[in-house]
Design a protein around this ligand. Structure first.
Ligand code: ZN
Length: 329
């Protein structure tokens, strides 16, 4: 009788580092690891670093009596037809590199690759605050803004395995131009980049703010500085969260018209601002949205899985194969 517990390796390839972990079917993380994989490295070097970490994780899994079903890989980007290589990834060294094939041949286990937003919603659905929810939406606010949806336990996929890139919904036709080239999209108004830009403008223009003090000491600002300043009662910093949350609330009010979620989980680094972000977000969502749709949202809440959500969701691709992408279609 096989008494081994089922587990998978989750791999979250980011823009400068790769997070890995062993995740059991119940969502227990047995071990995690992180390796720096900057874009200046070659694809071969990045894959070698990742493979070495997988070797270590596999030894650990064996010692723990776990049966590894495969490796799930989360990437910020899209897959080539067939799902074996990224077609576009925020770590350009891996563009068109046969990541899946190489891992399968080296480790003799199935490897499945998917978009990071899909992995985010899978992580929340199987292991986080969206467990078993019928209509679940996860919005991620970080360097970019993304979103994925699960309905009746299935990830929505209708544009290259995803729901497209709804962070670029246009909200202000006279707004800033985002890195992808559109004008006044949600991402240009409410992502980490927008928060930093706004905070630095405040720091340069106003005299008495904590942001100015931080700017003088550090030479630059981060969203975390804006959070700390808000916590310490800095009005200018609180206004930045008010502004950011309000834009996100407008974006969400628009998305809800299409996807009709019952639960919305807000994740990504910026969500760590907690109430400073979520309160204005909810307020503006309820002020602007169509009540027929906004009323069906039972809860908008902060992710509790934090920065590990995509790694967990990547593992779920192997542990719950009913939600693995089907690249044959
Ligand atoms: Zn944009």
């Amino acid at each position: 009788m096989n008494t081994h517990k089922l587990a998978a390796i989750g791999i979250d390839i980011g823009g400068s580092a790769t997070k890995l972990g062993i995740v059991t079917k119940e969502g227990e993380v047995i071990q995690r690891d992180i390796v720096q994989t900057p874009s200046s490295f070659s694809a071969g070097k990045i894959m070698e670093l990742i493979a070495k970490r997988i070797d270590t994780l596999l030894s650990r899994a064996e010692a723990a009596g776990l049966e590894i079903t495969g490796a799930g890989i989360s990437i910020c980007g899209y897959m080539e037809e067939g799902g074996k290589a990224p077609d576009y990834i925020n770590l350009h060294a891996l563009d068109h590199y046969p990541v899946v094939k190489e891992l399968q041949e080296r480790f003799y286990f199935p490897a499945i690759m998917d978009n990071d937003m899909n992995c985010g919603v899978l992580g929340e659905y199987y292991f986080g605050g969206g467990k078993g929810e019928k209509r679940l939406m996860v919005m991620t606010v970080a360097t970019g803004i993304g979103m994925a949806v699960m309905i009746d336990g299935k990830v929505l996929r209708f544009h290259r395995g995803t729901i497209g890139n709804p962070g670029h919904i246009i909200l202000d036709p006279n707004g800033p131009i985002c890195v992808a080239g559109c004008r006044g999209c949600l991402e240009s108004l409410a992502s980490a980049r927008a928060i930093i830009q706004r905070a630095e403008n405040v720091a340069l223009a106003q005299r008495e703010t904590k942001l100015k003090e931080f700017m003088i000491t550090k030479g630059k600002l981060t969203p975390e500085d804006v959070f700390i300043a808000a916590e310490r009662g800095d009005k200018a910093a609180q206004e930045i969260w008010q502004w950011t949350g309000a834009w996100l609330g407008r974006g969400l009010a628009s998305w809800v018209e299409i996807f009709g979620p019952e639960i919305v989980i807000v994740g990504g680094g910026i969500a760590q601002a907690g109430k400073w972000l979520l309160e204005p977000l909810k307020e503006e969502f309820n002020r602007c949205g169509e009540p027929y749709f906004t009323r069906s949202v039972r809860e908008i809440k902060q992710s509790q899985l934090g920065q590990h959500v995509a790694m967990l969701g990547a593992a779920a691709l192997c542990l719950y194969p009913e939600n693995a992408p089907d690249y044959s279609r």
